[in-house]
Design a protein around this ligand. Structure first.
Ligand SMILES: O=P(O)(O)OC[C@H]1O[C@H](O)[C@H](O)[C@@H](O)[C@@H]1O
Length: 447
């Protein structure tokens, strides 16, 4: 099997290949720090060898649980936010049919999401659409206390129990959370839900290959074994023993840090494949939450191309030269569509007749790369042979490993997220949460 690959040739100009390769030793040292577990945040390194440590029995347990939900439910609601949502969303959107929800001859339940916002209309419309439908719930929260999913679960649990009774509801609810701590663990144990554990040493944004992602992804009918196999292959390909020049995670980390040092403050992850939109949303949390610290860090942004060439193309071509692009390029689409001939040719497109639509897309991709590089936007290119569970698994692990290396090269702890607590404290104070009396008084004084 081929691997995904990284090409930095079009990123060189702002930084030289020599500058990038001069970072080889540091990148390898940072990779070794991950491997040896002696760096900052080293109690959150469970993701590093997670793929190769997943057992057949664990995968079978997940598949069996998914099959129970698949047999009982027309709709399964995956409840979670951040790392407890984005990995699943990214994989399912990448691998499901683009119009899955319109398919009536279904082999899989419709997977919908909740707990990833505090949208009153969203929750209302979800509860309404679930009325009269056979549905199940997967409640995912590592801490077990995050407000958004807890709020959604409180509402959906009641609706499910009202619809099918408490006893049956128990068999349609799965909780994925901490082994011992948190409100969700307490609730799940009291109610007798099937539970899966999120390992203590795997942070939320690195948890897609734990049951956090694997269970809902299996419910969607996607092969979690192929997903994990791809991640295992990339775990090997980015190991500290792999020399820098062949280690795409180290090269990516070194290149982006050199570009950052040269003044490129924003990285735009771009795709020319519509199904990869949510891969970028997952990637933004992974890199934003890992590197945005101590007043430092590349800002992770994303665009879908060619779609956003008609909205953001002007800025990328002519705006402030503080950006670089990392483009995910898919070699082969899954399907084949040819451009038809049109006798009248009023649209003037007969010059494309007989060509594959993807040939047009590939020339747009090449033309865009040349234009942006000419405009002073360094371009890195990640090539995926195809969009499949295996290569999505490779991509996830590649980005995770590179993120750990890059964060250490930047000089931050890539595995904590202290900044996320600030809004929560204010929100609880404004909502008069018990125990926040002093904070409530203080915050009202400043309004
Ligand atoms: O899985 P949970 O504990 O509910 O956390 C969900 C998310 O919220 C936290 O505030 C962090 O920002 C994320 O890293 C995490 O993935």
């Amino acid at each position: 099997m081929k691997n995904i690959s990284l090409n930095i040739d079009k990123a060189l100009g702002t930084v030289t290949k020599e500058q990038v390769y001069a970072q080889a030793e540091k990148a390898n040292e940072c990779n070794a720090t991950l491997q040896n577990g002696n760096g900052a945040g080293n109690d959150f390194l469970g993701w590093l060898h997670l793929p190769s440590s997943i057992t057949d029995a664990e995968l079978t347990d997940i598949e069996n649980t998914a099959n129970v939900l698949r047999s009982k439910c027309e709709v399964v609601v995956a409840i979670g936010i951040g790392g407890s949502y984005l990995g699943t969303k990214a994989v399912v959107e990448a691998l499901n049919n683009s119009f899955d929800w319109l398919h009536t001859d279904r082999k899989n339940p419709v997977l919908v999401y909740a707990g990833h916002n505090i949208g009153e209309d969203y929750l209302y419309e979800l509860c309404e659409i679930l009325k009269g439908k056979q549905f199940g719930l997967i409640n995912i929260s590592k801490s077990g206390t995050t407000t958004e999913p807890a709020l959604a679960f409180r509402m959906l649990k009641k609706q499910l129990e009202d619809a099918v009774g408490k006893e049956e509801a128990k068999h349609r609810i799965v909780a994925i959370t901490d082994a011992k701590r948190g409100a969700l663990r307490t609730l799940a144990d009291q109610e007798g839900y099937k539970t899966f554990i999120i390992p203590d040493n795997v942070g939320g944004r690195f948890s897609v290959l734990t049951p956090v992602g694997l269970l809902p992804i299996a419910v969607a009918g996607i092969s979690i074994r192929d997903l994990v196999a791809g991640a295992v292959s990339m775990e090997k390909a980015t190991d500290v023993s792999v020399p820098f020049a062949e280690n795409m995670a180290e090269i990516y980390a070194a290149t982006r840090n050199e570009l950052y040092k040269s003044g490129k403050k924003v990285e735009i992850l771009a795709n020319f494949h519509p199904k990869l939109h949510y891969i970028a949303e997952w990637w933004k949390q992974l890199y934003g939450e890992s590197e945005g610290k101590d007043g430092k860090g590349i800002f992770p942004a994303s665009v879908d191309l060619t779609t956003d060439l008609h909205s953001m193309g002007q800025w990328i071509q002519d705006g402030e030269r503080t950006i670089f692009e990392t483009v995910i390029s898919v070699e082969e689409p899954t399907h084949k569509v040819l451009v038809p001939t049109d006798e009248a040719n009023l649209d003037g497109l007969n010059f494309l007749a007989g060509k594959r639509v993807d040939e047009v897309n590939k020339m747009a991709e090449l033309g865009t790369q040349l234009a942006h590089v000419d405009g002073g936007v360094p371009n890195l290119k990640i090539t995926m042979p195809e969009v499949s569970p295996y290569y999505i698994g490779q991509l996830f692990y590649f980005f995770e490993r590179a993120c750990g290396i890059s964060g250490y090269m930047l000089g931050v702890n890539p595995f904590d997220q202290p900044g996320v607590e600030a809004y929560k404290k204010n929100m609880f104070a404004l909502l008069n949460k018990p125990g926040y009396e002093k904070e409530s008084e203080a915050i009202r004084a400043r309004l």
